[in-house]
Design a protein around this ligand. Structure first.
Ligand SMILES: Nc1ncnc2c1ncn2[C@@H]1O[C@H](COP(=O)(O)OP(=O)(O)O)[C@@H](O)[C@H]1O
Ligand SMILES: [Mg+2]
Length: 517
């Protein structure tokens, strides 16, 4: 038997026999000496007309001889005389029965003494991949790189949540899903507060995607990467005269319950003359009372400061929604309320188009750092529209992908409306509890496993998979931004720079000493 990928043995090989008590849901088998097996591996029990597929949940190594009360010398004596009767017992749970090529819930009894084999590639590939047309290929099984894993795009009907602690691979995974959605021709919008996705057109892989990716940036976004790195960027701008008074207030950072200030903006708006542009709006401060002018002055100073977002054109739906196009809204460096305003504008426009059947294709909206847009109990415009989509978006073909590292600090209704989840490493008990409360499909066993996941390993649960899967998310084809900074290499560069500076100064000092300063 030759070892397969990463030291794991070939599929189909005999592993042992079932022993003791078994049922249709659980089974246990004694491991054949010399066989290696790891937790979460898949096994099969074959019968002439069907096969039961299961997963190893626990491995126990036991000896009836080497008891814990034996003491060191007693154990040593046994070991030195090669008297050790170790038994490895694997406990597994059944995932289902394959009968006529179909996976169904297993109701067959498993009897002791039945051979157990490592599950074959074909059987696993069949289970973990929906038909090509609806498959989004996102990686392989953990420890079985020979078994591809795809999720079902139809399962995204009831939204997707990507949850994990920082650095576990959320943005990477979201990027993989975006690539797959582009391949499928989906219309995708990304709210990107930290410019994590703006490099997606770069690099070798990115080039093939670049015709389908547009990056939008308001003149206020700082953009974490220069335009040289990012390539062509579309300006996201507004024509002042297109705005309603409420929108002007939103942009000025006037909260919805500051009714006094909102009223002043309305008054100014209605007394505008001329082209009704920003200039005209400013001029209308002369039409209001001196007290009102004083009250609104700080907000007027603010809108002057951000006047670069206004131009002769309002970026609209047709710019950012189109079949097979990924539109990344680079919101980096913007105040949260302005990011909220722009995001609301975009999403609201999409929702209106979908509700009125003006745009027929499905639209996927990725919300990165979602806890900032929809904190619990918030009733801003952006949080309301997101909640509305979570509740009824699927009726109109608008689907959310919510990305967060704070499952407890995000509106719980939205999280629980996400019927599919990609959960990567989570160690914080409070976050685990929030996850557990958010969906029925997340069992104790899954929660227990979350701490031991490596970066890029994910538990997939919910509507987009048939059974929970632990997968290794594949490499990205497009370039990533926003990965972890490598502190060590940056510090090494800093040391070089210090040394260079010091040596220049030392040289100067020497020259000064020689020639007298
Ligand atoms: N499936 C994966 N394969 C390879 N590298 C990965 C994978 N997932 C994440 N990484 C790497 O781990 C780092 C953190 O990933 P990232 O997606 O930025 O995490 P998060 O968004 O959860 O903070 C990045 O450098 C990324 O390239
Ligand atoms: Mg991230």
């Amino acid at each position: 038997m030759k070892p397969g990928v990463r030291g794991v043995h070939e599929s189909g090989s005999e592993l042992g026999y079932t022993v003791g008590e078994n049922s249709s849901e659980y089974f246990q088998f004694v491991l054949k000496p010399g066989c290696n097996i790891r937790r979460w591996e898949y096994v099969e029990i074959s019968y002439p007309d069907h096969a039961i597929v299961g997963r190893v949940e626990r491995i126990i190594s036991r000896s009836d001889l080497l008891k814990d009360n034996l003491g060191y010398e007693g154990v040593e004596r046994y070991v030195e005389n090669h008297i050790n009767e170790i038994v490895d017992i694997c406990r597994g749970s059944t995932l289902g029965t394959i009968e006529n090529g179909k996976l169904t819930k297993s109701r067959y009894l498993i009897r002791p003494g039945t051979p157990v084999k490592r599950a074959g590639v074909a059987i696993l590939t069949g289970i973990f991949n929906p038909p090509e047309e609806s498959a989004l290929n996102i990686g392989t099984l953990v420890d079985r790189e020979d078994v591809p894993v795809s999720v079902n795009v139809n399962g995204l009907r009831r939204h997707l949540a990507i949850v994990a602690q920082t650095g576990a691979g959320k943005s990477h995974s979201a990027g993989v899903i975006m690539e797959e959605l582009i391949k499928k021709g989906a219309s995708v919008i990304v709210l990107d507060p930290h410019a994590d996705y703006v490099l997606m057109r770069q690099g070798e892989g990115g080039r093939s995607y670049s015709p389908f990716i547009k990056i939008f940036r308001t003149p206020l976004s700082t953009g974490r990467y220069s335009r040289d790195n990012v390539g062509i960027v579309e300006d996201f701008t507004l024509r002042f005269s297109d705005l309603e008074p409420d929108e002007i207030s939103d942009i000025m950072g006037i909260k919805e319950n500051w009714t006094n200030l909102r009223k002043i903006v309305e008054d100014m708006h209605s007394s505008m003359k001329g082209l009704k542009d920003l200039e005209d709006f400013m001029m209308s401060t002369e039409k209001i009372s001196p007290e009102d002018r004083k009250k609104i002055s700080a907000r007027i100073r603010f809108i002057k400061k951000i006047k670069s977002i206004f131009s002769t054109r309002t970026t609209g739906l047709k710019d950012y929604v189109s079949p097979g196009q990924l539109s990344i809204m680079d919101l980096s460096g913007m105040d949260q309320f302005l990011a909220n305003y722009f995001s609301y504008r975009v999403i609201n426009e999409i929702m209106e188009a979908k509700v009125s059947y003006d745009y027929e294709y499905p639209v996927f909206i990725f919300i990165e750092e979602a806890h900032n847009f929809i904190p619990p109990g918030s009733s801003t415009n952006i949080s309301q529209i997101i909640k509305r989509i979570a509740a009824e978006g699927r009726k109109f073909g608008v689907f959310l992908v919510v990305i967060t590292q704070r499952p407890g600090k995000i509106d719980q209704d939205v999280l629980s409306q996400c019927n599919s989840q990609i959960i990567l490493r989570v160690t914080n008990p409070l976050d685990k509890k929030a996850l557990m409360d958010s969906a029925e499909s997340i069992s104790d066993a899954i929660i227990e496993d979350l701490s031991s996941l490596e970066t890029g390993e994910a538990i997939l649960v919910g509507e987009f998979v048939r059974i929970p899967i632990i997968a290794k998310i594949r490499e990205r084809e497009t370039e990533e931004g926003g990965g972890d900074v490598d502190i060590a290499s940056l510090l090494s560069r800093a040391r070089d720079e210090r040394d260079r500076k010091n040596s220049i100064e030392a040289d100067r000092e020497r020259v000064k000493n020689i020639f007298g300063g």
